[in-house]
Ligand binder design. Sequence first.
Ligand SMILES: O=C1O[C@H](COP(=O)(O)O)[C@@H](O)[C@H](O)[C@H]1O
Length: 223
Amino acid sequence: MNIQEYADRDMLAIDVANVLAGELETALLHNDTVALAVPGGTTPGPIFDNLCAADLDWDRVRVLPTDERCVPADSDRSNERLIRERLLTNRAAAAEFVPLFIPGKSPEDILPEIEALIVPVLPLSVLVLGMGDDMHTASLFPGMAGLDAALDGDAPPLTVARPQSQPEPRITLTAPVLNGALSKHLVIFGPKKRDALERAMSLPPEEAPIAAVLDGISVHWAE
Ligand SMILES: O=C1O[C@H](COP(=O)(O)O)[C@@H](O)[C@H](O)[C@H]1O
């Protein structure tokens, strides 16, 4: 794991977007299509605002969320909504979005359909993760039912998460898909998350799920 510190959040957003664009460009040299998985939540918006302008063959890029909250796509809690509004715009409007949730059915019922969409785009070429103060990443939450199975190296690519701390169920990529990415980045802001990450390093992944994906990851941090 390598931790890069930035002077401020704006600098981080510009630099990380450049790194991601460079990695996507390289991946596109070697593949007809490439997959970029990105988080939702409050952290990645400024990176998306920069990345969406990158001069890439976006029509060969498949963009998917690392996890989705099972809410309507127009909800302000929808990760899809954030990605569509902040990333799939400008030049990146040509990219194809691959959803992790389709409203109207229960998450368990929709899972086979979503898996059939996701499996063909794997492995991920580029992965960006966020992390909560509680050390969850994607929607792999400490203490949630099914966490051990989702962290297992033989886990199916997706699982339904019902974290007690959250208002809605989630669908999330599992540890083997996250760890199968050719390039992995974690973006965190503020001292609380920095402390949480440092604590996670000495905790088992069942208590600190972020610990399951730190091998070979580039961490980007700004105050
Ligand atoms: O719920 C979620 O939380 C994490 C962290 O979000 P943040 O708001 O603290 O940046 C995020 O990475 C994940 O995609 C999201 O669904």
